[in-house]
Write a protein that binds this ligand. Structure first.
Ligand SMILES: NC(=O)C1=CN([C@@H]2O[C@H](COP(=O)(O)OP(=O)(O)OC[C@H]3O[C@@H](n4cnc5c(N)ncnc54)[C@H](O)[C@@H]3O)[C@@H](O)[C@H]2O)C=CC1
Ligand SMILES: O=C([O-])C1=[NH+]CCC1
Length: 259
């Protein structure tokens, strides 16, 4: 019943009957059902602190390029030594490999550019426990890391009335808007995209999902002018923000990488 009924219990279970069972498969929708900012942000915060404490093994990711397809495949193994003790008394370690594919032409066929799969193993014996689609968790994790960075290194993060500028209108632009709206006291979210209709579409989508004061900008300079927090989330190979556009002198700038 545990296997059928409660994915979260399987993910954390050390119970031998559960871990000897065939791996569980979780779709993106099922993973999405397990995600919320209240759980994810402290989890990411704790793993980042774990890196500092030497509790994380995270080798450089393997990058495989497929130039003919403008594609990249990233392989990312990771091990986190747990700080808590699980119900059966053993430390709550995690062992996983994430594989990300980045196919930038996917937008032409209505698929996300970044797709991911997460393989979760029993950390004591290497037995595969869970295969999960990792596209949603990758999106959320990336935005959660931006939230944690902002919380810890941006002195004004607790202020009210923050203005967030987001450059780009794809998957990361969208999830960053939601993450900052949910985790900070945000007055306005400015969206710029190199194709203006993209910015307008994202504003419409976010507004229909209940975000207030989201505005599309045709010119990047206008979007960042008053911003306290700036996120770049594009595939541009040239900078989309110029230093001289930034008016406030204490802003935080998050650059999502271009592989
Ligand atoms: N989706 C994810 O989970 C993650 C994405 N990233 C990185 O975030 C960045 C954005 O990724 P997604 O939002 O997933 O992609 P996406 O395909 O959903 O959105 C890409 C955005 O970049 C814009 N863009 C494309 N070419 C451009 C150009 N030449 N100049 C200016 N803008 C351009 C598009 O209009 C779109 O707004 C990428 O660098 C990606 O590697 C990083 C970590 C996780
Ligand atoms: O860290 C990550 O998961 C990714 N980095 C670039 C695309 C996905």
């Amino acid at each position: 019943t545990v296997i059928k009924g409660n994915p979260a219990a399987i993910i954390s279970s050390k119970n031998i009957a559960v871990t000897q069972a065939p791996p569980l498969f979780l779709s993106d929708d099922q993973v999405l059902g397990l995600l919320d900012w209240e759980t994810l942000v402290p989890a990411i915060e704790s793993v980042i602190a774990g890196v500092d404490r030497g509790q994380v093994i995270q080798p450089a990711r393997l990058v495989m390029r497929i130039p003919d397809k403008d594609a990249v495949v990233l392989s990312m193994p990771g091990y986190v030594k747990g700080t808590n003790t699980s119900q059966d008394g053993s430390p709550d370690d995690s062992l996983a490999v994430k594989i990300v594919t980045s196919f930038t032409r996917n937008k032409d066929i209505g698929l996300p550019s970044i797709l991911a799969t997460v393989l979760l193993y029993n950390p004591d014996n290497g037995k595969l426990k869970v295969v999960m689609e990792g596209t949603e968790i990758t999106k959320w994790r990336t935005a959660a890391a931006s939230v944690v960075a902002t919380k810890h290194i941006f002195p004004r993060s607790k202020e009210s009335g923050l203005i967030v500028a987001i450059m780009g209108s794809g998957a990361q632009a969208s999830i960053h808007a939601k993450a900052f709206d949910a985790n900070f006291n945000v007055k306005q979210i400015n969206i710029w995209n190199h194709r203006y209709p993209g910015a307008q579409d994202l504003v419409n989508k976010l507004s229909s999902e209940g975000l207030k004061s989201v505005k599309a900008f045709e010119h990047g300079q206008d979007a960042v002018k008053e911003a306290d927090i700036i996120v770049t989330a594009t595939y541009s190979s040239v900078p989309v923000v110029k230093y001289e556009w930034i008016v406030k002198r204490d802003v935080i700038l998050m650059l999502l990488e271009q592989e």
